[in-house]
Design a protein around this ligand. Structure first.
Ligand code: UDP
Length: 564
């Protein structure tokens, strides 16, 4: 059966069920965005030019909304609690539905069991039974529930699972034995999945797949209207919960901001004004999403106080023509030094409240400054008030961009079939290999016999030898490329090192998430023994890491030029 694009989402809203505040929020969002999804579907359909797309049967099990995992989010929807996850799930459901796949949605253990065909009371069913789904999208909570209730089928079918994982899971934390031996164990567990099965909210590390969400796209007329209607002295503070106003040292920068701008907030409150919010702030209380957008349309500045990290709101603000001002974190926040990231399966260092905004968008839309430096802060406010900015939304966060990306994943990602053999070593590059202090470009001579049908296509591979202490994530970005973990196996052989003219005196094969790598003293080459540990993230001053990089589409970092 072929998948046919859908433009009416009414049936999806029925599938989503009802009752919970979280589901009500998600359905309202889906309804509001229906026209945008329909238009995006039309555009993508044209772009794909009638290629064959098989219809998949897909189960979406939203684990964190189940009573069995506590459902702590639903009761907080109207109280300023986190909404980012619900934004994302609503958009994932919409995208899968619009792409024309067969969908089931479950938000309780009972529904999950009945959809999986597990007889009630047969929790640890020892039999493997046929799974009626090609793909299952869930989260860490759902994964745990499936493991408990699928018996042996879990092992057999886990390659069909995709885990929606906001902040990402790096390979070192995912591999059970390695995590246990080397101190990468966390409460999230180690599932030995292909790291690409974890799907993130922002493109944090290319070790995982970037899923994302959408923000509303504006027409040219709307953009012009917004530009004409901006109040150059109006600022909105990022954050729905009063606790973000407890930030130490905020008096200093707030009083500077207050000199120039009228400060608005959307902080949830019950009956009286939250004491944390100063009297000069005009607090609207928590707003419904469309009203929040209206507020952003009038405002010139959206200002972050350092928390929450990496949510959807700054993208919405920028899409509505605001400048986003945020604090630089020095030293960076990470699982080593910050409560929020502690125990999360990532070593990522976060250099500002919203690294995506800083690195993928930047000026004039995004300003990242040191809030402890009053001069720098004041200069930024003044400059922002003087600059005209257009509303901006990166393509990957439009409905079309998200559809394009999920379409490509569904079409090409296959974690159930083992990857093909490493390609034979071809002839070496012309220029001799020189070990420069910075990353060194290594020419990879492609031949057509290289893993036909693999995805991303092997011809987009460019190998770089990173400087000591540099992760592949960064080494690739330094060259305008992105690290592509599925290409590691091309580089992981003595032949590959030789072909790349890396002067190995000896070669060793071990489990280490930094391998393949080269250590200069001793001219030793290290190969990766465990494919699950291929990792773009991670660095050590001991090693030059051998990094597989690829190109990417402008505004769609998840996809290479030839990836569609
Ligand atoms: N939002 C809202 N009302 C408000 C402020 C924000 O509905 O008064 C929405 C906003 O449109 C965004 C969502 O809250 O889509 C989540 O935004 P945030 O960046 O705060 O992330 P969170 O911490 O909630 O995950």
């Amino acid at each position: 059966v072929q998948a046919v694009f859908r433009s009416n989402l009414s049936h999806l809203m029925e599938l989503m069920g009802s009752g919970k505040e979280s589901l009500i929020f998600m359905k309202k969002r889906t309804k509001r965005l229906m026209a945008q999804w329909a238009l995006a579907a039309q555009r993508l359909e044209q772009k794909l030019g009638g290629i064959q797309r098989g219809q998949k049967q897909i189960l979406v099990h939203i684990g964190f909304l189940t009573e069995e995992s506590g459902d702590v989010f639903s009761p907080r929807v109207l109280k300023g609690g986190p909404l980012g996850e619900m934004v994302q799930w609503a958009d994932i459901l919409a995208a899968l539905y619009v792409l024309g796949h067969g969908l089931r949605v479950t938000v309780s253990l009972k529904e999950l069991q009945s959809n999986l065909g597990v007889p009630p009371g047969r929790g640890n069913c020892p039999l493997t039974m046929p799974l009626p789904f090609d793909l299952i999208y869930t989260d860490y909570h759902g994964l745990q529930q499936m493991k408990q209730h699928m018996g042996l089928s879990f092992k057999k079918y886990r390659c069909r699972i995709r885990v929606i994982d906001t902040f990402g899971t790096e390979p070192a934390y995912n591999h059970e034995e390695y995590a246990t031996l080397h101190g990468y164990r966390t409460n999230w567990g180690y599932w030995n999945l292909n790291p690409k099965q974890f799907m993130t909210m922002f493109p944090h590390t290319p070790d995982n797949s970037f899923m994302g969400f959408v923000s509303e796209e504006l027409s040219e007329t709307e953009k012009q209207l917004i530009k004409d209607g901006k109040a150059s002295n109006m600022a909105v503070v990022y954050g729905k919960e009063a606790s973000i106003w407890k930030l130490q040292g905020k008096e200093k920068f707030l009083s500077i901001l207050n000199k120039y701008m009228e400060i608005h907030g959307t902080v949830y409150y019950e009956s009286q004004r939250p004491p944390e919010v100063p009297a000069f702030v005009k607090n609207h209380g928590l707003l419904p999403q469309p009203e929040f957008q209206q507020l952003l349309r009038k405002a010139k500045l959206f200002i972050g106080f350092g928390f929450p990290y990496e949510g959807p709101a700054p993208l919405e603000a920028i899409a509505n023509g605001c400048v986003f001002l945020q604090s630089r974190f020095s030293p960076p926040h990470s699982s080593l030094n910050h409560e929020f990231f502690r125990g999360k399966p990532t070593s990522r260092e976060v250099f500002s409240q919203h690294p995506y905004a800083e690195n993928f968008i930047g000026k004039p839309h995004v300003w990242t400054v040191d809030y402890n430096n009053s001069e720098e802060f004041e200069a930024a406010i003044k400059a922002i008030m003087r600059t005209q900015v257009d509303p901006y939304l990166p393509y990957e966060y439009t409905c079309e961009g998200m559809l394009e990306r999920i379409h490509a994943y569904i079409q090409h990602q296959d974690f159930c079939t083992a990857p093909g053999p490493a390609p034979p070593a071809a002839h070496g590059p012309q220029s001799p290999f020189v070990l420069a202090p910075n990353a060194t470009h290594l020419e990879w001579a492609h031949n057509s016999s290289v893993a036909p049908g693999s995805w991303p296509p092997a011809h987009s591979l460019q190998a770089w030898l990173a400087a000591p202490g540099r992760a592949c994530t960064d080494a690739c970005l330094d060259h305008g490329l992105v690290c592509e973990p599925s290409f590691f196996h091309f580089l992981n052989s003595r032949d590959a090192f030789i072909k790349l003219q890396v002067p190995c005196d000896s070669t060793e094969s071990e489990m280490n998430h930094l391998y393949p790598a080269f250590a200069q003293p001793g001219q030793e080459c290290y190969l990766q023994k465990e494919p699950l540990l291929f990792s773009c993230a991670g660095s050590s001053t001991k090693y030059h890491r051998l990094c597989p990089c690829r190109d990417f589409r402008k505004g769609q970092v998840a996809l290479c030029q030839g990836c569609l």
